[in-house]
Ligand binder design. Sequence first.
Ligand code: GDP
Ligand code: MG
Length: 175
Amino acid sequence: MARAGNKSIQAKLVLLGDMGTGKTSLVLRFVKGQFFDYQESTIGAAFFTQVLSLNEATVKFDIWDTAGQERYHSLAPMYYRGAAAAVVVYDITSLESFEKAKKWVEELQRQGNPNMFTVLVANKADLDTKRKVDNEVGEQYAKENGLQFFEASAKTAQNVNELFFEIAKRLARTT
Ligand code: GDP
Ligand code: MG
């Protein structure tokens, strides 16, 4: 029997965050199931696609993985404009990257699509011994700003599929 209400959604997703926080690594873990200790820096932005099949819908992600360097900042609106979801990434071993993530969240709240579903990702959870940002601090900030929050590791794959599935489920409910 055909599943009632199964729909097909195409959704633009953008990754934002400081250089070196693991944006590309998270995408490669999600799309290819791979991780590289010496991941090359992204220049400008990279594009990936991935399809997730849920019971209620099939979600095709068009993923824009941005570079994060300040010199590319002026390009960012091109990538987050029209995005259904944003993944803002920081590195738990870098307080500076957390501050930068907050700046991205503020920019999205000011200039992004008001319906955009935003997820804050505390990446490199495997480096707990070098941690500079407590889990509770990230979680609290996310809560205050209406964001979903995940601690994740592109290296160990912790929470990587989970965070993309959460986005897919949300888009399936609201699209
Ligand atoms: P981007 O600039 O945000 O795209 O960051 P990259 O994906 O290029 O990653 C920067 C560096 O951090 C690379 O050397 C990665 O191997 C490393 N890296 C990314 N994610 C993780 C992680 O979850 N754990 C650890 N230990 N290293 C990571
Ligand atoms: Mg990158």
